[in-house]
Ligand binder design. Structure first.
Ligand code: PMP
Length: 355
């Protein structure tokens, strides 16, 4: 059995697809050129980067590959956009890499009624709304903010390659390679009309928008991962629905258990709350039995602060504390998922008898 089968934290990161590694290896070894050098070593690296840009733009559905700028990941892409505008409104459900820079800029929070988002209450330069939430899998259409006279940004880190997305009317879209079986430390920002203040000044790479010697192997890996994801979109989506259904079925009839995220949610992320159980204890218990699940977003789950996402939903404390996230991926099997779900139920029942 492959250990990847017991890994149910694919929203934190995914294992790299061996086919992606294969595409990257030559660019770490014999084809090591700097993509901006004039000689043929440089030219082959440049060509590989441009090929990857096309692969990424195809998956995203961009009009032109030049709209894709490579970054170090979604955190950088999000920070870049937030820091480029004097005023803005952001959804309360955003990832910390949107929320923190937005707070630093003095941006306002969009009003919400449960999962439903309201419009900005004043004229603004930017609205940011994620497409899929990383903790509960809830989906929004950032297109609802198009036409308000503001630029619209969407963090699609948990959406690209997973659910149907649309760029229609959007100005900026962020995402990362390592959530779609690519390498860590590489991501992209879609910029519709090429207008954004450069994030990093220097050698003028990426049309002067993001200087620094290109991470050629990483970019090639991101391109290969996007190409696989585009070709295998439907198969992977059906698989995620099937696995999600298996876990929900296993939880059926279990007292004080609820699935979060509303009616419209990604099948790749299943947030479950077990009232009266400590989510952290559940994660530790599951880990001891060989299964990786999470008690929140990987980036915030080491803190003891309650999740801002669950707080924005007004979830009562005893439900909030008992929340875990199961996130599915291509390498999880039906058998292991059924086993994991049984184990999870047993752990919940055991922890309940101990309190
Ligand atoms: N946005 C969302 C919705 C995410 O889930 C993540 C990763 N947890 C990020 C942004 C940040 O991505 P990265 O760590 O690759 O920069």
């Amino acid at each position: 059995m492959n250990p990847r089968e017991r890994y149910f934290d694919n929203a934190a990161t995914t294992p790299m697809d061996p086919r992606v590694l294969e595409a990257m290896l030559p660019f770490l070894l014999e084809r090591f050129g700097n993509a901006n050098s004039q000689h043929s070593f440089g030219a082959e690296a440049w060509e590989a980067v441009e090929h990857a840009r096309t692969q990424v733009s195809r998956l995203l559905g961009a009009e032109d590959p030049s709209q894709i700028v490579f970054t170090s990941g979604a955190t950088e892409s999000n920070n870049w956009v937030m820091r480029s505008f004097p005023s803005g409104w952001v959804s309360p459900f955003e990832h910390s890499s949107v929320l923190e820079p937005a707070q630093m800029q003095g941006f306002q929070m969009l009003p919400n009624n449960g999962l439903e988002l309201g419009s900005p209450a004043a004229r603004t330069d930017l609205v940011s709304c994620m497409a899929v939430n990383n903790e509960i899998g809830a989906q929004w259409d950032p297109g609802q903010f198009v036409g308000l006279g503001a630029k619209v940004h969407s963090d699609m880190t948990q959406a690209v390659s997973k659910v149907q997305t649309s760029l229609s009317g959007l100005d900026y879209v962020s995402f990362s390679a390592h959530k779609l079986y690519g390498p860590k430390g590489v991501g992209a920002l879609y910029i519709r009309d090429g207008s954004l203040t450069p994030m990093i000044a220097g050698g003028g790479q990426e049309n002067g928008l993001r200087s620094g010697t290109l991470n050629v192997a990483g970019i090639v890996g991101m391109g290969a991962a996007c190409e696989r994801a585009r070709l295998e979109f439907r198969t992977n989506l059906d698989h995620a629905y099937a696995l999600n259904g298996i876990v929900l079925e296993e939880m059926r009839g279990l007292a004080d258990c609820q699935a979060n995220g509303g009616a419209r949610r990604s099948p790749y992320i299943l947030s479950l709350s077990f009232r009266g159980v400590e989510g952290e204890a559940l994660v530790v218990d599951m880990d001891a039995r060989g299964y990786a699940i999470s008690s929140g977003a990987a980036c915030s789950s080491r803190s003891t602060e309650p999740s801002h996402v669950l707080v924005a939903l007004d979830m009562p404390e005893d439900w909030l504390r008992g929340t875990v996230r199961i996130s599915f991926g291509r390498f999880n099997t039906v058998d292991q998922t059924a086993q994991m779900a049984k184990t999870l139920r047993q752990c919940v029942e055991k922890l309940r008898t101990m309190t």
